[in-house]
Design a protein. Structure first.
Lengths: 301, 549, 268
């Protein structure tokens, strides 16, 4: 007869198993993401094109050399296999557009993007949540219209214009990111809170004289919480996307600026690495959100 | 009151001090400081022999020492590291007499060894340098012979037209310095580079040039180049006083700047650049045969050319800061421009007659060819150029009046390049040509029918038309002729054939527009690149004006 | 709120009617170039001035409204439906399907779809009509814009799956698609509404940005997105405030639609 493991050990084993599965899934998805991204870039028109081909001073031999410079990237599976092999040794390849090792480019630029996008995202959440909470607590039609108009206005303003405004006003780039991202968070969170507030037990709690703060903390947030956490995971990729025009216009040497340059010049080594990084960040953010939701659900049960 | 000798001495000493202070403050105002402007993109290389993009070109211009320099104003060659030079009669050899007492930025001496090293590296076929390719005249090696530490002969396998002028692009590298390409002979050297952000060029303390008073140039301490691709932001920073120059400014911003601060905006007149369009005449192109027949018809091309209102393009798109283009050479190119030629006037009635001569007919506002096909084609152009998009929209309207339906398709640059130079999957294209070279010999690969850049029908095994065969002959003739007058005769005829046959429909030559802040002294914006800082070594900054901006 | 709704109704009606009547209100059309007066300020002849090639901006706003007002909500509907299908269904089914959908959406969010769009442009003929081009653009936007919302929906649907009323519904014999459509989907409406309303202006702006890839509205056809791109020369807007009109119009229309069509999210 098998001896039953003590329940604490069983729980630890289950958690470890889930974590390992999660990490394995993340690793697999990152690898697939890199390959898919490389395939998309390779299949897109203009892959072999280089604007130097239009330079009339280049000889026929140089033109041929230019066209053949990317021959090693034509077989995408071989390219990706080589890339993975080299990446394990710490060599992430060399950027075609900038002629520099991808590793040093990423090392210099990731902190800039993480800082700008991170602060922007935090500000966006603070702004959106505050507006959504106030709208739900006060329940004033005028504030509702105000919130709808403000968030609608910022949704309608092109990201490039917001970035330009931040340059004109000498405001930091993360403020532009915050203004780009907050309307999306506001719209979702306002609707989620409104839905939670519409539940019958909230009315009952109000009738019993519970304070609005207590209702919000103990009854509304637990209902809307899991979806808000899921939303938080999504907004990481939204913020990274917003970083592209903001960095380009505000002159911030981050990943967003690099990604745009890489896309325009079909810089495959750089694009693959950037996709792998973005996929990893997105997966970690969303998986982290999933774990938190799971733990919240377990806590309740 | 009587002034005694002691008083006089004191007064004269006082006057001397005042004069000294005044002079030294003036001298102070004329030296030092940091000039600031933007590069539109990240420089792709710091190797002067591999430079191909605008940003790297600017850095090479400011840091590289050259044997001869084309004066961007007079368009004449001037001695630099070479005191003098002599071209052989057959155009195959050039002998340079080098300046003595010159050192690189790291102090290592400059000699003929360095010139030989640079030329050997430049002509290495494995390098694929566009600067080196300009020197390739035939099969065979380029040889260098050091005749003395300050004299070198460079011999080419075949004659090269305008050989001496090509050395304006060759920055001499050190053969012996451990710093390699970091050791430079130009007025500035690379100090600090923050990728994606900025580049700082510091004054080269060993720069060989001195002014008329014996002061070592450059006057500036440093130049800061910020990497900024957005023109709105660049303009904003200039207005705020954060930048001192905008090397090339759009006509929209030019007019606003001229209205608010007239002295800061400079229009140097027509530049060497041109905007043009052409039709796809490639036999293997995946376009319907009937369309290819239209595009190959000279009457069709001439009709399209005469249906386009170039005056409107200049006035509306460039606010009058452009001129109708005549042909491949801008009127700004004083020697090579064929002054007998004029831009095609706007004559839609004559255009229609040309089309009717080819069997086209106008019916209910739409144009049909003799087979009954409605005349419709697309023009592809690059999306990153707003002026070109606007020109395409105006051409669309102009041709619409002739019943021709034009679809404007803007594409990202790599997709566009693939279509026009690899897959030939396009009908008409509109692009601009940034001409940095006065000599048309640099355009051989455009005009030779067998060449890669013969845009409308490249890499022909044999010229498919008599006029292309004639252009081939004339271009080869001018390339091998030593006499500039004979060369000009040949190239004038090329320009005339191009005007007759219209393989390229030239639209406008934009003016060279730039902005220079009032704090900058000594700048003299011109039309040749780099327009505003071609004399960077003599530019000074007025710190009082700079502080007040 | 009733007064606000009435006002919103009037605004939406006025916008729809004027854009439908563009042919009569702005007979010069959106393409005619008044080349003598490019970049002109507002006047009797041109109520919102002219653009950089002399086209009447008021006419372009009217005609552009038609395109964007019809197609952007349609594309938003497509993305919302896809989000509901992928995210909602995956959350409802749970287990393997939920994990698969989440992995798929995370991957979808990370890929550089720009290259797919470039490839789509390459596959289209160059002489495709402006209307076809813009239809394809909005369709692609709809097909690509669902992933973020699907992620949130999957969490909502997953939470609902084990809720009391769903268990009761199952116990009373309701299963499969009926259970999903009648009980699960209606409870996902807050997220679906949010997805729908956010998508419209996002797609309008994205359509303009796709112009650099050769997609989007082709010249001379206007759209709100292409009109909003004029704002990118923003440093001059103090001198030319009329260039802000398309932006103000979009804000007013979006706000009006939201006020008009939302119910418990406004009255809660």
């Amino acid at each position: 007869m098998l001896e039953r493991l003590p329940s604490a050990k069983m729980q630890t084993w289950k958690i470890t198993k889930r974590l390992t599965q999660k990490l394995a899934t993340i690793a697999a998805l990152v690898l697939i993401g890199g390959l898919l991204s490389a395939t998309l870039v390779r299949m897109a028109p203009g892959f072999d094109a280089d604007e130097r081909q239009l330079d009339p001073s280049l000889s026929a031999e140089s033109q041929l050399a230019l066209r053949q410079s990317r021959a090693g990237e034509h077989d995408i599976l071989r390219f990706y296999a080589n890339y993975l092999r080299n990446a394990l040794r710490g060599d992430l390849g060399t950027s075609h557009a900038l002629g520099q090792p991808v590793q040093s480019l990423l090392r210099e630029r990731w902190p800039v993007t993480l800082r700008v996008a991170g602060i922007g995202l935090l500000l966006a959440w603070i702004l959106a949540s505050t507006l959504a909470f106030i709208a739900c607590l006060w329940r004033l039609p005028a504030f509702e219209i105000f919130g709808t108009t403000i968030s609608g206005a910022f949704l309608c303003i092109p990201a490039a214009v917001l970035a330009l405004l931040s340059v004109i006003l000498n405001a930091p780039g993360y403020l532009a990111i915050a203004l780009i991202v907050f309307p999306k968070i506001y719209r979702y969170s306002r609707n989620l809170f409104a839905k939670a507030y519409a539940m019958p037990h909230i009315t009952a709690a109000r009738a019993r004289g519970l304070s609005e703060t207590r209702i919000l903390a103990c009854h509304v947030l637990p209902i809307a919480g899991p979806q808000m956490i899921a939303l938080a995971g999504i907004t990481v990729s939204v913020a990274l996307g917003a970083a592209i025009p903001v960095e380009a216009l505000c002159g911030l040497p981050g990943i967003g600026q690099l990604a745009w340059q890489a896309a325009l010049s079909r810089d495959l080594p750089l694009l693959v690495n950037l996709t792998v990084m973005v996929t990893l960040v997105t997966l970690l953010a969303n998986s982290g959100a999933d774990v938190m939701v799971y733990m919240l659900a377990r806590g309740e049960s | 009151m009587k002034i005694n000798k002691t008083d006089l001495t004191a007064i004269s000493r006082l006057l001397f001090c005042v004069a000294f202070l005044a002079l030294s403050s003036a001298a102070f105002a004329q030296s030092g400081g940091e000039l600031r402007f933007c590069l539109r993109a990240e420089p792709k290389t710091f190797d002067p022999l591999l430079v191909d993009d605008d940003s790297s070109l600017s850095i090479r211009y400011l840091t590289g020492g050259v044997l001869v320099r084309l004066n961007r104003h007079t368009q004449e060659l001037e001695p630099q590291l070479a005191e003098s030079w002599k071209l052989s009669k057959d155009g195959k050899q050039i002998i340079f007499k080098l300046r003595s007492g010159v050192a690189f930025s790291d102090g290592s001496p400059f000699s003929a060894d360095d010139v030989a090293f640079t030329m050997q590296r430049l002509m290495d076929p494995a390098l694929h340098s566009s600067t080196g390719d300009a020197f390739r005249s035939g099969s065979g090696a380029v040889t260098t012979k050091i005749m003395a530490p300050d004299q070198i002969a460079i011999t080419f396998p075949a004659p090269i037209a305008g050989l001496d002028r090509l050395f304006d692009q060759v920055a001499i590298m050190s053969a012996h310095s451990p710093k390699k390409e970091a050791a430079v002979l130009g007025p500035f050297m690379v100090g600090e580079y923050k990728a994606g952000s900025s580049l700082l060029l510091r004054r080269n303390p060993n720069y060989w040039k001195k002014d008329s008073q014996g002061r070592r140039l450059p006057y500036l301490d440093s130049i800061r180049l910020d990497i900024q691709s957005n023109r709105d932001v660049e303009m904003l920073r200039f207005k705020r006083g954060e930048l001192d120059l905008i090397n090339v400014i759009d006509s929209d911003y030019f007019d606003r700047l001229a209205a608010s601060s007239p002295g800061l905006a400079h229009d140097a007149g027509a530049s060497l650049d041109s905007d043009f369009m052409w039709f796809n005449e490639v036999a293997a192109a995946p376009i319907p045969e009937y369309k290819r027949a239209w595009f190959r018809s000279t009457n069709f091309r001439r009709a399209v050319s005469e249906a386009i209102n170039r005056d409107d393009l200049s006035r509306v798109v460039f606010n009058g800061h452009a001129q109708p283009a005549v042909g491949p050479v801008s009127p700004a190119n004083k020697f090579w421009f064929d002054s007998k030629l004029k831009a095609d006037p706007y004559r839609p009635d004559d255009a229609l007659k040309l089309l009717q001569a080819d069997g086209f007919r106008l019916q209910n506002g739409a144009l049909f060819d003799k087979a009954g096909n409605a005349v419709e084609f697309s023009i592809v152009t690059n999306a990153s150029s707003k002026p070109r998009e606007r020109m395409a929209v105006m051409v669309q309207e102009d041709l619409g009046k002739l019943g021709i339906k034009v679809n404007v398709v803007t594409l990202d640059f790599p997709s566009l390049i693939e279509r026009i130079s690899q897959k030939f999957n396009y009908e008409a294209a509109m692009l601009g040509f940034r001409n940095v070279d006065l000599d048309p010999n640099g355009q051989m690969n455009i005009w030779l029918s067998s060449a890669e850049d013969h845009a409308w029908n490249p890499q022909q095994k044999a010229p498919e038309t008599a006029w292309e065969a004639e252009i081939d002959r004339l271009m080869r003739a001018q390339a091998s002729a030593a006499d500039p007058k004979k060369r000009k005769e040949s190239f004038d005829r090329v320009q005339e054939i191009v005007a007759e046959q219209a393989p390229f429909i030239y639209l406008v030559n934009q003016n060279a527009l730039s902005a220079v802040s009032s704090a900058v002294q000594g700048a003299d914006p011109g039309i040749l690149s780099p327009q505003t800082f071609w004399n960077a070594e003599r530019i000074t900054l007025n710190p009082t004006t700079r502080a007040s901006r | 709120m009733t007064r606000a709704r009435k006002l919103a109704c009037v605004v939406v009606l006025v916008v729809c009617v004027t854009s439908a009547a563009a042919n009569w209100i702005a007979p010069s059309g959106y393409a005619k170039q008044f080349r003598e007066t490019p970049d002109a300020p507002p006047s009797h002849q041109h109520l919102l001035g002219t653009d950089e090639v002399g086209r009447d901006r008021f006419a372009r706003v009217l005609y552009g409204t038609r395109i964007s007002l019809l197609l952007a909500p349609a594309a938003a509907l497509v993305s919302t439906a896809l989000a509901a299908l992928v995210g909602g269904l995956a959350g409802y089914l749970g287990g393997f399907w939920l994990r698969l959908a989440r992995g798929f959406t995370d991957l979808f969010l990370s890929l550089p779809w720009l290259f797919l769009l470039i490839t789509v442009r390459a596959l289209l003929p160059l002489n495709v009509s402006p209307l076809t081009s813009v239809l394809i653009t909005f369709l692609i936007l709809g097909l690509l814009g669902w992933a973020a919302s699907a992620r949130v929906l999957s969490t909502s649907a997953d939470a609902l799956r084990n809720s009391d009323f769903i268990l009761q519904a199952r116990a009373s014999g309701l299963h499969g698609p009926r259970l999903f459509l009648i009980h699960v989907l209606p409870n996902l409406t807050p997220v679906l509404y949010a997805q729908f309303w956010i998508s419209i202006p996002v797609f309008i702006l994205s359509e303009a940005n796709l112009g650099i890839l050769g997609l989007g509205v082709a010249e001379p056809l206007p759209s709100w997105g292409s009109l909003l791109r004029e704002l990118e020369g923003l440093i001059s807007f103090r001198e030319e405030p009329w260039r802000l009109v398309p932006l103000l119009l979009l804000i007013v229309v979006m706000t009006s639609f939201q006020l008009l069509l939302s119910n418990e999210e406004v009255t809660a």
